[in-house]
Structures are given as C-alpha cells and as structure tokens.
Design a protein around this ligand. Structure first.
Ligand code: PLP
Ligand code: COI
Length: 364
C-alpha cells in the first residue's frame, strides 16, 4: 500500500435491514431510492490532510448550519457501478477513471484531491461490506455515489479548510422508468448548462441544481431528459442533463460533441469512442448543431441518436421536442448501431466478453 492509504475503522451497522426486507427491496429497486446498510466517511483538514477513514452504519450526517457547502455549494460527486459477474465475483467499471475525474472536479472547485488509490479503496470497502445488496440478474447493479462537501463552519467566501468525503451505495435497475426504451428529449430554448470557463466539465452539484428547472420543463413537455445547447451561440448540442449524446449517420460515422470544457467528460462516452472504432465505425468528436440534427433526421442521413452515461448506460433517443415542433430519429425505434454498442459495452461490463482494455476491476 502506498503512503496515501489510510486504515479504515469498521463499525458494522448494529441493526442492518433483514434479509427478507432486503430481498423485497431488490426486486424492483428503480434508481436512487434504496440504500445499503453502510457508508464510508473520510475527513480532511488543512494542515492535517485526510484522516479518520471509517465504514459505519448509513446515517444522517451531523452538520453545522454554517457549513460552507450549505451556502456556497462547494460539492462534487461521482457515479459508478459494481456488478455481480458470472462466477460470484464482483467488479467495478473503470474506477480509476472516476478517481481521476473526482480529482479534476476537486481542482476546479478549489477542494483538496483525494488520492486516487484511497478513492478506489473506499469503494472496494463499501462494496465488500454491503455485497449482499448487489442485485442479481441482467439489469441490476450497485450504484456507488462518492461525494465530497465543504464542512468548515465559516461564512466568508473562500475555499473551505475542512471537508467530508462520503460514499453511499444504492442498488439500481434501469434509470428511466419503464425499463430500457427509446426516450424523448426536450431542447431547452431558455436555459444553458455551462459556459466556457465555467464548471461544465466538473461533476459538481451546482451544475445539476442549475439544470433542474430545464429538466422540469422537459418533463412538462412530456419528455424524459433535457438537451442543452452551447451557451455562446445557442446552436450546438452540448449534452443532456445527466448524459452525453452520440449521433449515428448513414455513412457509418458516429459523432459526439467534443470535450470543449462545457460538457462532462463521460467515462461511458470515452469507452464508446473506443468500442465504436473497434467495431469499424468512423468516430468523430465535433460540434453538431441543432439545426443539422433536425435536418439530418428529416432527410434520413441521421439514422440513430443515443444518450450514454453510467446511470443510463446507452439509451436510444427516439424523439426530439422543442418549442413549436418535434421530430423522430430513426422512426422512434432503437437502431442497430445503438443496440450493438449497448450489447458490446454491457457484455464487457458484466464479464460476458473479454476485457481487452483492462476496464473491469475486480473488487471481490
Ligand atoms: N454528462 C452528465 C451531465 C452526467 O451527469 C453524466 C453522468 O455521470 C454523464 C454525462 C456521463 O458520464 P459517465 O459516462 O462517466 O457516467
Ligand atoms: C450518472 O450516470 O452517474 C449520473 O451521475 C447521472 C445522474 C444520475 C446524475
């Protein structure tokens, strides 16, 4: 172990959920509603570094009402999944990439970086103690949610000097209600998510707070997710509220918006760029305008579109709505390229296919 590793104190939950109740909760967990028995906490203080790593019963966090996070939103998070694979082993998908993105988000939000090996070990420890909570079967996984908050009680506006890192875990099925089905997206006319120089590439809670009114508008318009256009010209597609986006054209090209600093560098996006190229597709990271999206869907040049992310995996985009109109992509049905990539990714994630890129990390 490196010098960055801490010893974890383990205080088992004295009153865990019963096996029968857990089994009932795991039948149809949905997304983000059911939680396991334990959590990880690690503290940080300036001048002292990271200390007091522990695993204990999942419980409310006592907080001073002056805690900086409650006022100035110094908060970052991550999301990744643990899977029960064929032989009873448990794996995670690319945890080192989440560790790196967590560190990068920390830098952007003027927070201390958690050493990557401590990040990965904290996940491993939680999965180990709560392994009974990993759903069996194809769609299920244990969604891990590491996050960090500024815990110093101080109202001056400057980076806090004390932080709390926490990991909770939530058994998950499909992100969208109704299971895996093509979704409809709403192109927000009024709201943008991130401007150049802003926090769009960081996974900070504030980005999601700012997206909620647009997401609510999407739901009101009968859609599943909001699509944000770029904040400067309001022309180019950035990403969805919680997912990256890909377009599939009739010349076998896959296109996704570039990492320009305003979108989240998705780990699923990154994996799909590799898998699509391996499958013989031409892949391009370049801006796509909403006008072209619409025109190419109408002409048939655009065959498929899909959203991708940890929670959503790969979800076909069947319909697009905007003020005053709507259109279908690929007749509203999942297309063959989307379906094949989804299958390929999930086969690797679930240990049904070889893992040539070393993305699958065995935990247990
Ligand atoms: N974009 C946003 C805004 C997200 O919240 C997410 C989800 O984490 C993604 C993209 C996809 O990222 P990843 O594939 O790393 O889960
Ligand atoms: C994820 O896919 O992990 C996300 O963070 C998306 C959303 C649940 C915030």
């Amino acid at each position: 172990m490196s010098g960055d590793m801490l010893d974890f104190e383990i205080i088992s939950n004295p009153a865990p959920v019963s096996a029968a109740e857990r089994a009932a909760l795991l039948v149809d967990p949905g997304f983000g509603r059911v939680f396991t028995d334990h959590m990880v906490t690690i503290r940080y203080a300036e001048g002292k570094g990271w200390y007091d790593a522990r695993i204990s019963a999942r419980a409310p966090i006592p907080m001073d009402p002056a805690s900086a996070v409650l006022h100035y939103a110094q908060e970052i998070f991550e999301g990744l999944k643990a899977y029960r694979v064929g032989d009873g082993a448990v794996t995670m998908f690319r945890p080192a990439a989440n560790a790196a993105r967590f560190a990068s988000s920390a830098r952007r939000m003027a927070m201390p970086e958690l050493p990557p090996e401590l990040f990965v070990e904290s996940l491993r420890r939680l999965v180990e103690i709560d392994q009974e909570w990993i759903p069996e079967g194809d769609g299920g996984s244990l969604y891990l949610r590491p996050f960090m908050i500024a815990s110093e009680a101080f109202l001056g506006v400057r980076p806090a000097r004390e932080y709390l890192y926490v990991v909770i875990a939530s058994p998950a099925g499909s992100y969208f209600s109704g299971g895996v089905r093509p979704v409809t997206v709403w192109v927000s006319p009024d709201y943008t998510r991130a401007a150049p120089g802003g926090t769009g590439a960081a996974k900070c809670g504030g980005n999601y707070a700012a997206s909620l009114v647009a997401q609510a508008e999407a739901i009101e318009a009968g859609c599943d997710q909001v699509v944000f256009l770029d904040a400067v010209e309001r022309r180019y597609v950035d990403e969805l509220g919680g997912m990256n986006v890909f377009f599939v054209y009739d010349d076998d090209t896959l296109v996704t918006p570039p990492l320009s600093g305003t979108i989240l560098p998705g780990i699923t996006r990154d994996a799909l760029l590799t898998l699509a190229a391996e499958a013989g597709h031409q892949v391009e990271e370049r801006p796509v305008s909403f006008a072209d999206w619409r025109a190419d869907a109408a002409s048939g040049r655009l065959r498929e579109a899909f959203a991708c992310g940890t929670a959503a995996v790969i979800t076909p985009i069947g319909g697009v709505r905007f003020p005053g109109g709507d259109f279908l992509v690929g007749g509203g049905q999942p297309g063959p390229v989307t379906t094949a990539l989804q299958q390929r990714l999930v086969d690797i994630q679930r240990g049904r296919a070889a893992d040539p890129h070393g993305w699958v990390s065995r935990v247990l």
